[in-house]
Design a protein around this ligand. Sequence first.
Ligand code: ADP
Ligand code: MG
Length: 272
Amino acid sequence: MTVLEMQDVVKDYRLRDGLRTTRLRAVDQVSFVLEPGRTVALVGQSGSGKSTIAKLLMQLERPTSGAILVDGEPMRYRGAGAAAYRKAVQMVFQDPFASLNPYHTIGHHLARPVRLHHPGFSRDQVTERVLDLLRRVRLEPAGDYADRRPHELSGGQRQRVAIARALAPEPAILVADEPVSMLDVSIRLGVLNLLATLQREENLGVLYITHDLATARHFSDEIMVLYRGGVVEYGPADDVILDPQHEYTQLLAEAAPAPERRLAERGGLPPR
Ligand code: ADP
Ligand code: MG
């Protein structure tokens, strides 16, 4: 898969209130393109529709109207096309702890997707691939991390395991839904830098979902600002920040978490 595109996608939820049913438009006419080697930031406050867009891309929801195109063809939800898509598009969630089983080692967590996607691998090949995944997310010495269990890692290290697991099927696109918002501020940049390195070195396409405009600017080629389900701003990251067309973007910039914003303003972030 090379290009993933949303065209005028709408997602309505039905809300039942006693006997009445109302409709909530969570995503409103959203269009954008995701491709390998580029990062698009999806920025908006809580409830603006960010996770619904992620769910639509992960096939956990289907659009009410509009189209999702995979290499120009309508998205397939069944059969071989769907299986290939689910391999090509992987997700990293907000809470790394929730997605790891406390009783299993890190090696066990990573071996499962490796075996699933490489049924012909020998035991040794699986182990070698698991160690390789740990090295790719900079958890070294890899053999040491493979033997640990989730509670023996820091939050940032756990999120690196979640990223390693997402990389196991060798995806083309990574959807990262607020991947650092539950981590200590001090370790956020390390995880974001890792995503940036993977995007560059492995030519991944990344959808970086966040409520923080400062990191969106630093880590993304393009920024899309979502407000009440609709895109109010979409363009090259610097243009969106330096010349916002919508008042809401300005408000969001002012509401950005102070430590990160100040770091970015001081130019204190490492170069991409
Ligand atoms: P964000 O990730 O930006 O915080 P969401 O995409 O999770 O926003 O939610 C957008 C809107 O859709 C919110 O008003 C939310 O309450 C609503 N919503 C999300 N999922 C559902 C659902 N399964 N059923 C009903 N409403 C939902
Ligand atoms: Mg969300």
